[in-house]
Design a protein around this ligand. Structure first.
Ligand code: DC
Length: 221
């Protein structure tokens, strides 16, 4: 029996990393919903559409094709934008466009459609509350700002992305605030989600927590 797994939490809490690991463990598919908001932020910049022009953004999404491949590469209309959507500017742009109801409606509809047959792990901000309220396993990942900044910096170093350390910390704090205070589907733990604080956990320990939970549920042997 396949289930759906919802992983939510603030930026740089390790959601995508653990979602990818669980997906390969279970042979499930992973959908990084944050990447979809980043694509909207990126494409709107290319097309010169303002971050608050709700109608134009909704119309743009209808014309846009977002694809993922098995290695986690992201494509907009077949252009590989994997690294282009990852810098601080695109993080903030994604957070800004994600405030708009019509943008959320369009992307949430796509996400629900993709995951309707089970066997999916979605990570984001509103997966357990809005996108997959019936997911069998919901986890709310949290970590201190310091721990998250350290991880983001490592990720940028590995990917060769240029960064300013102070800006990384400010970006995390700004997005924490904005993503949890917006009117439409703010970042919020679902009532039936487990909270996991990964500040002092290694990725191996987080993985083990998921393995134990999945064994308990009879989904992994
Ligand atoms: O997970 P991320 O940092 O790549 O997400 C980028 C932004 O997209 C984030 O700041 C808020 C928004 N987002 C959202 O509103 N809902 C989601 N399910 C995923 C991301």
């Amino acid at each position: 029996m396949k289930i759906n797994i919802a992983i939510d939490g603030p930026s740089a809490a390790g959601k995508s990393t653990i979602a990818r690991l669980c997906a390969s463990l279970l042979n499930y598919s992973h959908l990084d919903t944050g990447a979809m908001y980043r694509c909207v932020g990126y494409q709107s910049k290319i097309e010169g559409i303002a971050e608050d022009d709700e109608e134009a953004l909704a119309e743009m999404i209808q014309r846009m094709k977002i694809d993922f491949d098995a290695e986690g590469h992201v494509y907009i209309n077949q252009e590989d934008v994997t690294s282009k959507i990852r810098d601080n500017e695109m993080s903030m742009r994604a957070s800004n466009v994600s405030k708009l109801a019509k943008v959320r409606e369009s992307l949430v509809a796509l996400q629900k459609e993709i995951a309707k047959n089970k066997g999916y792990i979605l990570d984001g901000r509103d997966i357990g509350t809005v996108v997959l309220p019936d997911a069998e396993l919901k986890v709310f990942l949290v970590a201190s700002v310091e721990a998250r900044a350290k991880r983001r910096i490592l990720e940028y170093q590995e990917k060769g992305i240029v960064f300013d350390e102070q800006e990384v910390i400010e970006d995390i704090k700004r997005r924490d605030y904005q993503d949890s205070h917006r009117e439409n589907s703010p970042l919020k733990k679902a009532n039936d989600a487990y909270t996991l604080d990964t500040s002092d956990m290694s990725i191996e320990e987080v993985k083990q927590w998921f393995i134990d939970k999945l064994k308990e549920m009879g989904v992994y042997h």
